[in-house]
Design a protein around this ligand. Structure first.
Ligand SMILES: *Cc1c(COP(=O)(O)O)cnc(C)c1O
Length: 374
């Protein structure tokens, strides 16, 4: 037997120094209430099942359309833009990675001291993949602190920089920024890209799609993983000026021309064909969120004003890790980030009403000390 670790000598410098993103757990435990990765508790639209059932299996012999033309046309029609303004990818994470490579410059080889204006910026508390991509591609970055109420400090984000990345609504806070603020940010420097990650936009935020006619320096990234119940299909898309889409295609075609398989292309198209299911399930999730917010507040939680499919909550009497573990012991899985400023918060995905009822029952038991017995 060889020593597994010996082969680490073959790692290159990049792999030796990587700090990979850590996704939420996907345990296989039965009866687990899984509220840790912001998946949708409802099934995908019925048309998706139909499209997959009818898929002619023989077609899998052939490579898929690298341009995903049919899917892009459907998305273009849905969002009222041209198909040249749409890029599709293997989950929005892939598109974000392509965007970092397409629009932000790596450190120059002579590695002169970096001026703050040569850094890209994103909030200090946001989707933790952004710093991972920046390090992976050697892009210098600066983290702009959220204010004491966990809001993005837009006036600081406007300062000179090489690019702006923000999630709207932000993750894991769920707090949105309004269109007027995004307009000011985009207008503050039209030679700088504003990358807006709208993974949770369908649950209540204002999409920057309406700003696209005014700005060719905004790129919007969305996903089918959350509001369309298709995290397992791996489909995301970007909307922006045709030249921005062209850049993403150049990066993709220097990496893998076939990022979306045939099944993913037809199933994703079907997800957008039936809006009734989408409207019904998202309205239900929003209603459950508001109900859960009220009940958590009654239990003494501080609940940030989220417009996403999750709530970011803190209880003054219990630490984040203590609550996380007490819920885990009762087969309820939420997300806890062991990071400065937010280690006493939990991020709770909005599930079905029944799942939220189980969460609240568990929290009541955890927070109420047992009665003294003689
Ligand atoms: C879930 C999420 C994504 C990733 O979505 P995929 O399309 O599943 O890769 C991107 N950004 C944010 C902020 C997310 O929460």
């Amino acid at each position: 037997m060889y020593e597994q670790s010996d082969a680490k000598r073959l790692w290159n410098r990049r792999v030796r120094t990587l700090v990979p993103y850590v996704p939420g757990e996907q345990p296989r435990e039965p009866n687990l209430v899984k509220l840790n990765t912001n998946e949708n508790p409802y099934p995908p639209a019925p048309g998706v099942q139909e499209a997959i059932r009818r898929f002619p299996i023989d077609r899998l012999r052939l490579y898929p359309d690298p341009a995903s033309a049919d899917l892009r046309r459907s998305l273009a029609e849905y969002y009222g833009v041209s198909h040249e303004q749409i890029f599709v990818g293997n989950g929005s994470d892939e598109i974000l990675a392509f965007a970092f490579q397409a629009f932000f410059n790596p450190l120059s080889a002579d590695s002169a001291p970096v001026d703050p204006s040569e850094c890209i910026v994103f909030p200090d508390i946001t989707y933790s993949f952004y710093p991972v991509y920046a390090r992976m591609y050697d892009i210098p970055y600066r983290e702009v602190p959220l204010d004491d109420r966990f809001r993005i400090q837009l006036q600081l984000m406007e300062l000179p920089s090489a690019g702006i990345v923000l999630a709207n609504p932000n993750a894991p806070t769920g707090i949105p920024v309004d269109l007027e603020a995004l307009r000011r940010l985009a207008a503050s420097d039209r030679n700088r890209l504003l990358l807006v990650d709208e993974a949770y936009i369908d649950f209540g935020g204002q999409s920057a799609v309406d700003l696209l006619p005014e700005f060719d320096n905004i790129l919007i990234v969305q996903t089918l993983s959350k509001s369309r119940s298709l995290a397992g299909l791996r489909v995301g898309f970007a909307i922006g000026a045709p030249a921005l889409i062209d850049a993403l295609e150049r990066v993709r075609d220097s990496f893998n021309s076939y990022t979306l398989d045939r099944l993913a292309q037809v199933a994703a198209e079907a997800a957008f064909a039936s809006s009734a299911w989408f409207e019904k399930t998202r309205a239900q999730i929003i209603a459950t969120r508001e109900q859960t917010r009220a009940e958590l507040a009654e239990l003494g939680f501080l609940v940030l004003p989220s417009v996403a499919n999750f709530l970011f909550v803190h209880h003054p009497a219990r630490s984040g890790s203590e609550l996380y573990q007490a819920l885990r012991d009762r087969s309820i899985l939420v997300r806890h980030f062991n990071r400065p400023r937010i280690s006493d918060f939990l991020r709770v995905t909005i599930g079905t009403d029944q799942e939220m009822a189980r969460l609240l029952t568990a929290l009541r038991a955890i927070l109420t000390p047992p009665m003294e017995t003689e």
